[in-house]
Write a protein that binds this ligand. Structure first.
Ligand code: FAD
Length: 806
């Protein structure tokens, strides 16, 4: 074996081979794959081979779409058979809710550039004549989906990679790593050591164990997954589409005149919880016919021919599943030169081609060409290291693989992981909790006599009116919102200002006591982080970002810091609770609890002060995410209960109310405030997002400036638009709906919801700049229903910012 390579990829499954293939396409040839068995000998060789494309996120769907573009031409390029067949995929609906879900999917597909159309049960039967229509009320068909031979695809990509210089070492076990500081310097194997500049963990369900060897957390659990293979069946022909009957929890594909039938039972069986047995390679698990019975019984109902069909075998293969059902990709935050691509949740064949390309871009260019936040390894936190958490939540996710995915659905398992100091108190006030990044956060408050529980629906939910009341309380009176889960960092040192002013697009060089809203941009001008920075001292800053973005943003900042010790960065999330006091009466309320001068002259918008509230020292920031006068009070957790009780008591005559996260969302949509990962992402610049006012080009050089100057000069390609639906009855949008102009697709809704003050359904989304200024003709498509919409130039609520500045 060679003793050195630029990139060492561990894992010769579809994902590892695809990464190598794409690295060589991008000109990196000094690449090695190390595989402990033979290529495909992990989960890849026994995959069923269905290749679907539609996911709930546009970029992830684009990634899968690319897989198909690649699979269509791979055979021609390499001369190896891939078994690729564009058979289409048929989805059945056996309930009105499922049909709505399919319609939602069809709308989303259209916005993502895919054709998926709703068809009648009769049309479905024409496509899949061997099924019974019992219970089927509708269906959807996606003609561009297909199926392939997983081993064929992998070997073809391996050949393509080899042709361009990649070396593949099979039957070579990675046994350990050598490190220098935060870098892996060499990979140890049972046949020798290989030095490397970059290491890639593409080890499938072994990815967690391998990660542990490197000190990198890869939260996944292997689960048993079974499918049946039959002998030839009359009427099963090669043109049969793949079929997903999710209400019966089953899927099908044609294979040499017979059927492959598998599914996702509600109670999946995890495997090898104490570690994957040594030497487990190219092996299957013992078929578990008893466990498979719920699926086979449902399948016999759907396709009666199965009752008499000869069964060749029941495949039981282990596969890596993750706590949120998405795979794990990107740069490991724990190390400087390690990338991960593992945990593919039974869609690794569909994803493999695209995932390999994205990871290759990540390695070569520092960023993938599509923002892949839902898959990004930096979405996981410390609590994802807990085997109990990973198992409990992944078990739930596996069991819900094919159940209806309801809007606003919260998870049942692994709850109560992180609770702020106000958690119990707010529960007694009716708080209905949801979980974000492990934190329990009040979504809404059930008034006395109302059941504190979400009822899942595609229509108007049970909490709609209660959230409306919280929204109105914020606009007309004053509310307290517990936002303790915000991620917080402190950064200090002699070069802290210089560094932050270089990293941020806005000007941070403002007097002590200033608060700046800014983006941190990448070299393309895309927004990597969307944060607030408070200057606490000449050389000390307090940074606030979203609950779930802490690891991501911390890593981005840390990776760009000077290495000479002149800047120090600390994670301080748990050191501060936060109570947001906001609304028309917020100043009046806070004045009752403090002796400080809170007048506009003394404590203006975008400023921060240390004040005392009751008995408690508090860092107060005068900022808002709801579009009202307001103060974010950062408090040591031990004082939070006292501050809350005091404000609640003093606020009685001012109409104080509790509000939760669903009210925040409605309030911020009316005000046009963006949310990172929806409206602001690495795919778009601040100019695209309408945040040009946050870009201080005049301050001198900073990260992304060159690209931003160009974008400004040439004019942004994209415009983030605000629409309202031209109908009176409220609709809840969830993002992913389609934006059209006179029937033509222009874009996809990034965020949507109902504005209880403007009494309109609001949708935000990007459209190409040349399509962003029509007076009328816009439409938003929801569940296949087209609704006329009006575009608005300015924020719907208080565009003059009078409320904020008063
Ligand atoms: C029964 C079943 C049906 C499925 N059906 C489908 C389907 O229809 N469609 C779909 O898209 N997906 C399907 N999947 C999922 C799909 O098989 C996987 O997502 C995919 O194969 C994952 O590929 P991978 O490269 O990440 O992992 P793997 O194929 O497991 O590759 C990882 C490799 O790393 C190697 N390795 C691990 N540790 C080391 C070490 N220390 N040293 C050296 N090498 C190491 C392993 O030997 C292995 O070959 C199915 C999975 C199962 C189990």
């Amino acid at each position: 074996m060679r003793d050195q390579a630029q990139v060492v990829i561990i894992g010769g499954g579809i994902v590892g081979c695809s990464i190598a293939y794409h690295l060589t396409l991008m000109g990196w040839k000094d690449v090695v794959i190390i595989e402990k068995g033979m290529l495909t000998s992990g989960s890849t060789w026994h995959a069923a081979g269905l290749v679907g494309q539609l996911r709930s996120n546009r970029n992830v769907t684009q990634m899968l779409k690319y897989s198909i573009e690649l699979y269509e031409k791979l055979e021609e390029e390499t001369g190896l058979t891939t078994g690729w067949k564009k058979s289409g995929c048929l989805h059945l609906a056996c309930s009105q809710s499922r049909l709505l879900e399919l319609k939602k999917g069809a709308t989303m597909a259209r916005g993502f550039g895919l054709d998926m159309h709703i068809i009648s049960p009769k049309e479905a039967l024409d496509l899949f004549p061997i099924m019974s229509l019992d219970g089927v009320i509708g269906a959807a068909f996606m003609p561009s989906d297909g199926q392939a031979d997983p081993s064929g695809l992998t070997l073809a990509m391996a050949k393509g990679a080899r042709n361009r210089g990649v070396e593949i070492y099979q039957q070579t076990l990675v046994t350990g790593f050598e490190f220098k500081g935060n870098r892996v310097t060499a990979v140890n194997t049972d046949t020798g050591k290989i030095k490397c500049e970059i290491v890639v963990n593409a080890a499938g369900m072994w990815g967690r164990d391998l990660g542990q060897m490197m000190g990198v957390n890869v939260p996944l659990v292997p689960f048993q997954h079974q499918y049946l293979v039959t002998e030839e069946i009359d009427g099963v022909h090669p043109d049969l589409p793949t079929l997903r009957d999710k209400d019966s929890l089953i899927y099908y594909k044609e294979e040499v005149g017979g059927l492959v039938m598998g599914g996702y039972e509600r109670h999946g069986i995890p495997w090898a919880l104490n570690g994957i047995p040594k030497g487990f390679t190219e092996e299957l698990l013992k078929p578990d016919f008893d466990h498979f019975e719920t699926l086979s019984t449902a399948a016999i109902k759907r396709t009666p021919c199965l009752e008499t069909a000869g069964v060749i075998r029941l495949i039981n293969g282990p596969e890596a599943f993750t706590p949120d059902g998405n795979c794990i990709m990107g740069p490991a935050p724990e190390l400087d030169n390690c990338f991960v691509a593992a945990g593919f949740n039974a869609f690794g064949i569909a994803a493999g081609g695209g995932a390999g390309r994205m990871l290759a871009e990540w390695i070569v260019e520092g960023e993938p060409s599509l923002d892949l936040w839902p898959l990004d390894i930096r979405r996981f936190g410390q609590y994802h290291k807990s085997p109990k958490y990973i198992l409990d939540r992944t078990r739930e996710i596996y069991g819900k693989h094919y159940t209806i995915s309801w809007p606003y659905e919260e998870h049942d398992t692994a709850r109560g992981v992180k609770r702020g100091p106000l958690h119990c108190l707010l529960k007694t006030r009716g708080a209905v909790y949801g979980a974000k990044f492990g934190w329990e956060r009040a979504n809404w408050f059930a008034p006395e006599g109302v059941e504190p529980e979400d009822k899942l629906t595609f229509g108007l939910p049970n909490w709609f009116e209660h959230v409306a009341n919280e929204h109105r309380a914020a606009r007309e009176r004053v509310v307290l919102i517990d936002q303790s889960s915000f991620s917080k960092f402190e950064i200090e040192g002699p070069k802290a200002l210089e560094f932050l002013n270089w990293l941020a697009a806005n000007n941070i060089n403002k007097p002590v006591g200033s608060v700046t809203y800014t983006q941190l941009c990448n070299e393309r001008g895309g927004v990597e982080c969307d944060i607030t920075i408070a200057r606490l001292a000449e050389d000390r800053f307090f940074i606030i970002t979203g609950t779930a973005f802490g690891i991501h943003d911390f890593t981005w900042i840390k990776n760009h810091m000077p290495k000479d010790g002149s800047v120090m960065l600390r994670e301080v999330t748990s050191s501060y609770a936060m109570i947001n006091v906001c609304g028309l009466n917020s100043r009046k309320l806070l004045e009752k609890a403090t002796k400080e001068d809170l007048s506009n002259e003394n404590f203006n918008f975008s400023q921060c002060r240390y004040i005392t509230v009751g008995y408690a020292p508090v860092l107060a920031l005068r900022v808002t995410y709801v579009g009202e006068l307001g103060y974010e009070l950062y408090i040591s957790p031990e004082y939070a209960g006292h501050v809350y009780e005091l404000l609640w008591e003093e606020g009685q005559d001012l109409g104080v109310a509790n509000a939760g996260y669903r009210a925040i969302d409605s309030l911020r949509l009316e005000k046009g405030y963006r949310y990172w990962s929806a409206e602001v992402t690495p795919d778009y610049s601040p100019y695209d997002a309408g945040l040009g006012f946050c870009v201080a080009l005049e301050k001198g050089d900073f990260a992304g400036r060159e690209a931003l100057v160009k974008i400004k000069e040439e004019g942004p390609k994209w415009t983030l638009c605000c629409f309202t639906l031209d109908i009176d009855d409220p609709r809840l949008l969830y993002g992913g709906e389609t934006i059209c102009y006179k029937g033509e697709v222009l874009g996809v809704v990034t965020s949507g919801g109902y504005g209880h003050t403007v009494r309109k359904t609001i949708a935000y989304g990007y459209v190409a700049a040349e399509h962003a200024s029509y007076n009328k003709g816009y439409e938003i498509e929801i569940y296949n229903e087209v609704i006329p919409a009006t575009r608005h130039e300015r924020a719907l609520y208080d565009p003059e910012r009078k409320k904020i500045m008063m």
